[in-house]
Design a protein around this ligand. Structure first.
Ligand SMILES: C[S@@+](CC[C@H](N)C(=O)[O-])C[C@H]1O[C@@H](n2cnc3c(N)ncnc32)[C@H](O)[C@@H]1O
Length: 269
């Protein structure tokens, strides 16, 4: 959704739904604009919205108020106390999001969903298992959002070492491009892991926000992309790619280690 005056109103609406929820909920203030961007197309529709992490139940009421009465809101939590929100018309699944077997069973019950927001245990492996399971289970265009990616950097969560959720998601962005390897025979490194390329086949975009990563999914078989010209050129112009300066000095965008590197240009090695 474009960030214009209508967008501001949608953000205001969700902030009000949060503030007026009858039960406690914990969020971070800049998340509301991200929710508006990722989920506002579902408002007023007969959608299925899944949130991992119920805690005091407050966010379930926020989603229902903001998305509208036709929304099917499903909360997932390991704490059996969350089951009490069934009395308020929410579907609640009790289980461990870190266990792929739980998700397999859960998605059989959930069926096709439109959005899944993970605000659960926040350990990297739990976030990874949740994202992978949801991507695999997707049956229609949907978005899978992992919230609180700040935990990838936090001491309390550091037992993942360098295998954090954020590193997983950054690596996954390569899969979006690895698919194009057939256009450029002999140009790419050998694809040694075709299974994972296949696994992410239906992810067409990975969006990084402050504190969230969104996987946009479309399971419909896509037409195989082909390279096209709009018309035949009778004479090809020279491409000046290699005619300008030959390198750039770049401060690498790593917040934790300052590295100034030279990125060289030119053809081949
Ligand atoms: C941050 S709270 C959820 C906050 C809630 N979404 C809100 O907006 O107020 C995290 C919740 O995740 C649940 N949780 C922690 N580990 C989990 C796991 N492995 N599987 C499922 N839920 C888990 C906790 O029991 C807790 O209720």
């Amino acid at each position: 959704m474009a960030r214009n005056r209508d967008f501001d109103k949608v953000v205001e609406d969700i902030k009000n739904c949060f503030a007026n929820s009858p039960e406690p909920s914990i969020k971070i203030t800049h998340y509301f604009a991200i929710y508006a961007e990722l989920f506002s197309h579902l408002r007023g529709t007969e959608c299925t919205f899944v949130e991992t992490g119920v805690l005091n139940g407050g966010s379930l009421f926020m989603w229902r108020e903001w998305l509208g009465p036709r929304a099917r809101i499903i909360g997932v939590d390991m704490n059996p106390a969350a089951a009490k929100w069934r009395e308020d018309g929410f579907e609640i699944l009790i289980g461990d999001q870190g266990d792929p077997a739980f998700w397999e069973q859960a998605f059989t019950q959930i069926g096709a969903f439109d959005a899944l927001l993970d605000d659960g245990g926040h350990q990297s492996f739990q976030q990874i298992v949740t994202a992978k399971s949801a991507i695999r289970a997707a049956k229609k265009p949907c978005v899978v959002v992992i919230e609180d990616t700040c935990t990838s950097f936090m001491k309390e969560f550091s037992r993942h070492r360098d295998r954090s959720f954020l590193n997983y998601a950054k690596s996954a962005t390569d899969l979006l491009v690895a698919n194009a390897n057939e256009f450029f025979p002999g140009e790419y490194p050998h694809i040694d892991n075709p299974g994972v390329v296949e696994e992410f086949q239906q992810v067409y975009s990975i969006q990084f926000y402050s504190g969230m990563v969104a996987f946009q999914i479309d399971p419909a078989p896509v037409e195989r992309p082909v390279i096209v010209w709009n018309k035949e050129a009778d004479k090809f112009q020279s491409d000046f790619r290699y005619e300008g300066v030959e390198s750039a000095e770049v401060v690498w965008p790593d917040p934790f280690t300052r590295q100034v590197v030279t990125v060289r240009g030119g053809r081949g090695n």
